[in-house]
Design a protein around this ligand. Structure first.
Ligand SMILES: Nc1nc2c(ncn2[C@@H]2O[C@H](COP(=O)(O)OP(=O)(O)O)[C@@H](O)[C@H]2O)c(=O)[nH]1
Ligand SMILES: [Mg+2]
Length: 290
């Protein structure tokens, strides 16, 4: 049996969560076109007959502009230590800067470089990025992928398996995420907010799951969508409550398809003034542990 921990690392929006979802074969982690969709360093677990891969999805690297951002960044940076393999995801369609690759070149861990979003670029335009990375990380493995078009995802799995140590499974049974149902549901709701909201607004959203009422065929969710300002609350509720209704409706569909139960999603919206800058709330919401 081969098993180990793979940290998925790279800039915000590179496609890290998309890649993990593709490898798992179903959509587990939230994805959107806004950077910082991933907030927590969650572990997503891939199992097959001969291996277990524990993926650590990270919030990605970005310039933090609030206390909250600083904490996410610190967690992302810390996640890469003590793992078996680092999967470094690069978005080929974006301007490349060598800082991250240079930082990684100093680590001992095996690095698999994933050049993602090849569906968006012409090879001639990205050749120089690829050769720069190859020079900076000469001992790594390199794979070009598209998560959208499902290109070379199997090669990534193959490469990971090759370098995983011989070890017994770290997680038993068929757990796919190291988080409870409540977490998965609130992430599904948050993903809908991220997708429907414009620009900076989605980042102020925190989903507090108040109560889960679960019966044989029905799942009733009571949650509070927390934002930072009255204006944001207005936008989130929308004209005649249309926005929050749409968020509920889309969440219900996603929760149903994942848990196989008809879902009713009751959402309230509440303002917690500037929560992303206050340690008290960052701690309460589980982002700050010290
Ligand atoms: N065209 C294209 N888009 C992609 C690809 N992989 C991810 N994306 C998109 O890039 C955005 C960010 O993806 P996400 O997985 O949330 O990135 P993360 O922040 O690194 O976890 C989403 O809109 C994805 O649909 C790809 O291979 N090709
Ligand atoms: Mg992500």
């Amino acid at each position: 049996m081969k098993s180990g921990i793979v940290c998925v690392y790279g800039k915000a929006n590179a496609g890290k969560s998309s890649l993990i979802n593709r490898i798992l074969g179903f959509k587990l982690l939230p994805i959107s076109d806004k950077p910082q969709t991933t907030r927590d360093t969650v572990k997503a677990i891939y199992n097959d007959d001969e291996s277990q891969i524990v993926f650590v999805d990270t919030p990605g690297l970005f310039k933090p502009h609030k206390r909250f951002g600083e904490i996410l960044l610190r967690n992302a940076e810390n996640a890469k230590y003590g793992v078996d393999i680092i999967l470094y995801v690069i978005d080929l369609s974006q301007k490349f800067d060598a800082t991250t690759a240079t930082k990684l070149s100093k680590l001992e861990e095996k690095i698999i470089v994933v050049f993602n979003k090849i569906d968006l670029v012409k090879y001639a335009d990205v050749q120089s990025i690829i050769s720069t990375v190859k020079e900076l990380l000469p001992n790594s493995v390199f794979i070009e992928t598209s998560c959208i078009k499902s290109i070379n995802i199997d090669k990534v799995v193959e490469a990971i398996k090759k370098y995983l140590p011989q070890k017994e499974k770290l997680f038993s049974g068929d757990i796919v995420l190291d988080r409870p149902k409540e977490y998965i549901i609130s992430e599904m709701i948050r993903e809908k907010c991220m997708r429907l909201m414009k620009k900076e607004l989605p980042h102020c959203v925190y989903i507090q799951l108040d109560h889960l009422n679960e019966e044989d065929n029905i799942l009733e969710v009571f949650a509070t969508v927390i934002v930072e300002k009255e204006g944001e609350k207005g936008i989130l509720i929308g004209k005649n409550g249309n926005m929050i209704k749409e968020i509920s409706r889309l969440s219900e569909t996603t929760i149903l398809s994942y848990f196989g139960k008809k879902t009713i999603c009751n959402l309230k919206v509440k303002v917690v003034d500037n929560w992303r800058s206050k340690d008290k709330f960052l701690r309460k919401f589980g982002f700050l542990n010290d």
